[in-house]
Ligand binder design. Structure first.
Ligand SMILES: [Zn+2]
Length: 136
C-alpha cells in the first residue's frame, strides 16, 4: 500500500513525515492502492511474512507424520497393561482414527480411539499437544 499526499496527489514513501513536493505534513494521510515506488517498499515489508508463511506450509506435518509421532509416544510411554503392538501398525490405527483439519500453515489433529480423544497442533514440523480427554 502506497501513501499519496492528499494535497497534491504525489506518491510518498511510507516513512515520510512531509510531502516531498508540497511540504504538507503526512501524519493523517489516507492509504491508496499500490503504485510506483510504494509497491516496492510494501514488497520488502511483506517478504519476511511471505517467507515465514512459506516455511510454515513446507513444514506443515501430514497426518501420517502425526500418526507416527503419536504411535512412538504411546509405545514409549510407561503402560504396563498396554498390549505389545508394532509402532507401524499402531500408526495406521491412529491415522484411521484421526481427523486432520489442515489449515495450510498448520494442522489440528483430532484423534478419537478407545474412548479417548486427543487434540494436537502440528506446526513447523513439530507437534504441540492441545489436550486429551474422554471422547464425546
Ligand atoms: Zn503534496
Amino acid at each position: 500500500m502506497a501513501r499519496v499526499c492528499s494535497e497534491c496527489g504525489v506518491t510518498v514513501d511510507a516513512g515520510d513525515r512531509f510531502c516531498g513536493r508540497c511540504g504538507r505534513p503526512l501524519a493523517a494521510q489516507v492509504l491508496a492502492g499500490p503504485s510506483g515506488r510504494g509497491r516496492w517498499s510494501s514488497l520488502w515489508v511483506a517478504l519476511p511474512i511471505v517467507a515465514v508463511l512459506a516455511a510454515m506450509v513446507l513444514t506443515n506435518p501430514s497426518r501420517q507424520t502425526y500418526a507416527n509421532w503419536l504411535a512412538a509416544r504411546v509405545v514409549t510411554s510407561d503402560r504396563p497393561n498396554a498390549r505389545a503392538i508394532a509402532p507401524g501398525s499402531l500408526a495406521g490405527v491412529i491415522a484411521n482414527a484421526t481427523i486432520a483439519q489442515n489449515d495450510l500453515i498448520f494442522t489440528v489433529f483430532d484423534t478419537s480411539a478407545r474412548g479417548l480423544r486427543v487434540d494436537v497442533l502440528g506446526i513447523f514440523g513439530r507437534f504441540v499437544p492441545l489436550g486429551a480427554g474422554p471422547a464425546g
